[in-house]
Design a protein around this ligand. Structure first.
Ligand SMILES: Cc1cc2nc3c(=O)[nH]c(=O)nc-3n(C[C@H](O)[C@H](O)[C@H](O)COP(=O)(O)O)c2cc1C
Length: 207
């Protein structure tokens, strides 16, 4: 599967890093793109430095994920295949998805590759998964979420569950990433590994 992973400046950078690692481990093709704000938040959330230079964040992130540098797109590179409906990629995941990017996608407008890729996914009937993160949510946020859902996007909030008794932050990250992989229709072992351990198995039917 060829998946575009768009990373915005919402909180939740660890979800994106883990998702790219899992997609690559599963033999998928990944194209990734950071919005302008995303490297700042990733600098803080992954490396503890909100002021880290964009280039340094990207270098460290590429080393962490194993994504080849040529598979990371500039947010203003509209020559990327992920900007085109003619290119045969399969799905786009915006993770985490800020309320700004959500609003832009919901409006049908766009000024970067993340917006364009989401718009292409909607018009071409390809899978689009948004992982929004904000709290509390205003009426405008909620209306935008409903709007993108009605247009065909999947809305998968970055909401870890607690019934599995997570012991680490990594457990909570893996829970959300496993949900994304499930929605993409991909095999995932993140929750399987969890259930195989000493933790209690999930009760069937829980979301
Ligand atoms: C540390 C930090 C955390 C943030 N968390 C959120 C968040 O959870 N949700 C959100 O919508 N915006 C959040 N923001 C604000 C966005 O980064 C900002 O609205 C930005 O314009 C989003 O642009 P983008 O969608 O192009 O990435 C955060 C900003 C910073 C610096």
């Amino acid at each position: 599967m060829d998946v575009f992973v768009g990373i915005t400046g919402a909180s939740g950078a660890p979800y994106a890093r883990r998702l790219v690692q899992a997609l690559l481990a599963g033999g998928n093709t990944v194209g990734a793109c950071f919005s302008g704000a995303a490297t700042q938040v990733s600098g803080q959330e992954l490396y503890g430095d909100l002021r880290m230079e964009r280039g340094e964040v990207i270098d460290r992130w590429l080393a962490d994920t194993g994504l080849p540098a040529e598979r990371l797109w500039d947010p203003h590179d509209f020559g990327s295949p992920y900007a085109s409906g003619s290119a045969r990629w399969d799905a786009a995941v915006i993770v985490p998805c800020s309320m700004d990017t959500l609003a832009t996608i919901a409006s049908g407008a766009g000024s970067n590759l993340l917006h364009r890729s989401a718009s292409v996914a909607l018009k071409e009937d390809r899978k689009l998964i948004l992982v929004p993160r904000e709290t509390p949510l205003s009426t405008i946020h909620l209306e935008n979420l409903l709007r993108v859902r009605r247009a065909g996007a999947h809305v998968l909030p970055g909401m870890p569950a607690f019934y599995q008794m997570p012991e680490t932050i990594q457990d909570m990250i893996d829970f959300v990433v496993a949900k994304v992989l499930n929605l993409l229709g991909l095999e995932q072992s993140l929750l399987g590994e969890w259930d195989a351990g000493t933790k209690p198995a999930t009760a069937p039917g829980h979301g």
